[in-house]
Design a protein around this ligand. Sequence first.
Ligand code: ZN
Length: 166
Amino acid sequence: MGQEQRDGSGRRCPICGRGFLRPRWVDERFSYEHNGLIYEVETKNVPLKDCDHCFETFIGPAAARIRHDSLGRALGLLPPSEITTIRTSAGWSIEEFARIIGADPERVSRWERGRLWQDLATDKLIRLLGVDPHILARLSGNGIPTINADPNLAEEAGSVSESHGQ
Ligand SMILES: [Zn+2]
């Protein structure tokens, strides 16, 4: 126990209690199904630890994060860490950010913790905010769009799309 290091290497194996954990880094390829499609995912430098006695392999939170980020890249979606970066760079709390994009704060929190993937349309919206945090402020006179749409704006939008259709 006294030999335990901060990254967990050199620690006694919790399975056999005899060996020590040795770090190892691997590149992986695996398939992932999302919304009925199969994606090929590649990861690089995923940190694992192997027991040098029973050869059990241990996977920590750092490995889980790398796999999840790689998954996001394969799906064409921002990984959780990048959503957090975009939000915090603009100085927004989760609640503020949720209100700005018109989402439920609990969902935003789940995206950032890697528990749920945002849909593609929301992903593009978040990317726009990454380019320009004030871009949504241009949509209405008073800054952040409200959930209850202005009926006049809705009418205008309807007439615009009709004229495009003709
Ligand atoms: Zn072991």
